[in-house]
Design a protein around this ligand. Structure first.
Ligand SMILES: [Zn+2]
Ligand SMILES: [Zn+2]
Length: 395
């Protein structure tokens, strides 16, 4: 695969990305985006399944030679943010914006559909293209697509996120845990209200709640393995009305982030136990609502090594090892089922206005990053197919 062949795809990637940028759709409402994708696939002669797990589209490109099934994934949803950029491709939908770059991901995968559809005689096995809806809200679109067979028979999966915190021209990943799980929890403490001057007749929910905030700090510091990063944060604490009334109720809300399922399960159990026992030690009762979010994203070691090997050889792209980052990503669900690698492709460039963080009203990306993403995904897929079948692993 030459750089020139992908450069031919570049103008149409930009055109499609800008079209999608002007016409963003919120999670689970991506009907027009989904129809746009299906239209391109149809014109490229790509076999497809539509309405997979909602608005998902699966493109299937079978090669003429036997081999593995290589899946590539792009997400397609936008965010409830008002676009504050000054570009001719800014959002035309009030209050809705592609502020995370998923328009770019879709444009890259559409270009790959055309690229691979024109090279069936060189494909060993199958290229499976997953256009996934609803990444931005949990529970998102990955699980419904998996439940409807999108991953059936898949041997390996790769995905990218165009990423403005990294300069354009750099691509980053890490073996093992790379993005955090995100769970939320809500605690209601129920005491007995009363006169501020007569505490002995009451059960003070504020005192019980305050103790709970402190007790919860011991989970990360005393229960979790110190070599596993984890966060337990109480972000909100609401109780009471006026200064001389002891509050009957108090409500706390928090978030949990970590990088492996062992810590995640441990923290969940410890929160339940600490909530129950702290409240009861103050004579109060408590209820806990725990809402699991996306799991930790864990890259396969071998596939991450493949990324560094093949992307490191691409002209104009520098690879780097990233530190784990705390945002969550539902690509994690695919990686729980098949090996693969998720890659952050640098899209930051202050000279082109691509200097704002993801989910910012002025978010934009350096579109050159789409060319890098396309070349990396093509190189990974082609390398995987070339090396198939892998040398027999240990019996
Ligand atoms: Zn996002
Ligand atoms: Zn995103």
């Amino acid at each position: 695969m030459g750089r020139g062949e992908v450069e031919q795809l570049y103008p149409v990637m930009v055109e499609r990305r800008r079209y999608l940028h002007r016409h963003p759709e919120l999670s689970f409402k991506e009907q027009e985006t989904s129809a746009f994708i299906a239209d391109v696939l149809q014109k490229a002669g790509v076999e497809m399944r539509t309405k997979v797990g909602g608005n998902g589209v699966v493109g299937i490109i079978k090669g003429s030679l036997p081999g593995p099934v290589v899946a590539l994934r792009a997400d397609m949803d936008a965010l409830p943010i008002q676009d504050e950029k000054n570009t001719d491709y800014k959002s035309e939908v009030p209050g809705v914006m592609h502020a995370c770059g998923h328009d770019g991901h879709t444009a890259v995968l559409l270009a790959l559909a055309e690229y691979f559809a024109g090279r069936r005689d060189l494909i060993r096995g199958e290229i499976r293209l997953l256009f996934q809806p609803a990444e931005e809200v949990c529970p998102g679109g990955a699980l419904p697509m998996i439940n409807e067979g999108a991953l059936d028979g898949v041997d390996v999966i790769y995905g990218v996120h165009l990423w403005t915190p990294i300069p354009v021209g750099t691509a980053a990943s890490a073996p093992g845990p790379m993005m955090a799980s995100t769970d939320e929890f809500f605690v209601d403490i129920h005491g007995r209200g009363g006169h501020g001057g007569m505490p002995h007749k009451t059960i003070d929910s504020v005192v019980a709640g305050s103790a709970l905030v402190m007790q919860l700090q011991s989970i990360v510091s005393r229960s979790v393995n110190p070599l596993d990063p984890a966060v337990v944060t109480i972000g909100s604490f609401h109780a009471g009305t006026v200064q001389n009334v002891i509050a009957e109720r108090c409500r706390l809300a928090g978030t949990v982030r970590c990088f492996n399922e062992t810590s995640r399960e441990l923290i969940r159990e410890r929160i339940a136990s600490v909530v129950e026992h702290t409240a009861s030690s103050y004579g109060a009762s408590a209820s806990l609502e725990y809402v699991p979010g996306y799991p930790p994203l864990v890259n396969d070691n071998e596939e991450t090594a493949r990324f560094f090997k093949v992307a490191g050889g691409l002209e104009g792209i520098k690879t780097e090892l990233t530190q784990p980052i705390m945002p969550a990503e539902d690509f994690a669900y695919y990686l729980q089922r098949v090996p693969g690698c998720f890659i952050l492709v640098g899209a930051g460039n202050p000279e082109k206005g691509a200097e704002y963080p993801h989910h910012h009203p002025k978010f934009d990306l350096d579109e050159e990053a789409m060319g890098h993403a396309a070349r990396i995904l093509i190189a990974l897929a082609e390398n995987y197919m070339q090396e198939w079948p892998q040398p027999a692993s240990a019996e």
